[in-house]
Design a protein around this ligand. Structure first.
Ligand SMILES: *[C@@H]1O[C@H](CO)[C@@H](O)[C@H](O)[C@H]1NC(C)=O
Ligand SMILES: *[C@@H]1O[C@H](CO)[C@@H](O)[C@H](O)[C@H]1NC(C)=O
Length: 224
């Protein structure tokens, strides 16, 4: 996630009602998929979510984090194993980010009273996801629910998911690593056409980064 602080300075100056506290946010993670997912949050850990199950967790202020679903996992009694998508070094309790391809929910809460949120396809796609704030005061629901796995270009196909081209080709054109201008590509447009509110390439901030006033409770739904 690229946080364009300068865009929000005028907003920040207008917010005087809230003083900085250590209060974090809450994420309610719900599995609506017809299959089990192994939810992962870093920092946070992991949890098996059968269809219809919820995991509620508190997250820290100011620490950027990400949430994703892992699929087709097996773990032994010590919480060691592997997943077809989203695997985090074979651990049920993730402490490292998940292997691509994986649909990401990214957050950075209470950056001077603003929560920053996005859905990112920069690491590809595995499971459809929706991010919303159930209480009032913050606009909108962000979602990425297209059949990206089904429509994935042959070159990007993966077992259980669809790669972002940066993962496979690692070029500046797709990964935007040089710091210069970086434009959409045919591959990034494939993702953007299907999920207009999600990051399709790293410099896709304008239409993909969302903000809320801090102190929010958020809901993440897999397969909404
Ligand atoms: C679980 O798997 C890990 C890694 O393969 C192994 O080291 C550990 O002994 C296993 N634990 C159990 C209880 O089977
Ligand atoms: C799990 O793996 C099986 C066998 O490869 C596949 O048919 C199924 O679609 C996978 N499930 C998910 C949720 O990706």
């Amino acid at each position: 996630m690229k946080i364009l602080k300068s865009l929000f300075i005028s907003t920040l100056l207008r917010i005087t009602l809230f003083s900085a506290t250590t209060q974090g946010g809450t994420f309610e993670i719900y599995n609506s998929c017809p299959y089990t997912v192994w939810a992962a949050v870093v920092p946070g850990g992991g949890q098996t979510l059968n269809t219809g199950e919820t995991w509620t967790l508190n997250v820290l202020n100011s620490t950027p984090g990400r949430i994703w679903a892992r699929t087709n996992c097996t773990f032994n009694n010590s919480g060691k194993g592997s997943c077809q998508t989203g695997d985090c070094n074979g651990a049920l309790q993730c402490t490292t980010y998940g292997a691509e391809p994986v649909t990401l929910v990214e957050y950075s809460l209470n950056q001077n009273n603003i929560d920053f949120l996005d859905i990112s396809l920069v690491d590809g796609f595995n499971v459809p996801v929706e991010l919303s704030r159930p209480s009032s005061g913050c606009t909108g629901v962000i979602r990425c629910t297209a059949d990206i796995n089904g429509e994935c270009p042959d070159m990007l196909r993966a077992p259980g998911g669809c790669y972002n081209p940066c993962t496979l080709f690692k070029t500046d054109q797709y990964c935007c690593t040089s710091g210069g201008g970086c434009e959409p590509t045919d591959f990034s447009k494939f993702f953007k056409d299907r999920c207009p509110n999600a990051y399709s390439y790293p410099k896709d901030d304008k239409t993909s980064l969302f903000t809320c006033l801090r102190g929010s409770n958020y809901r993440v739904v897999f397969c909404p």
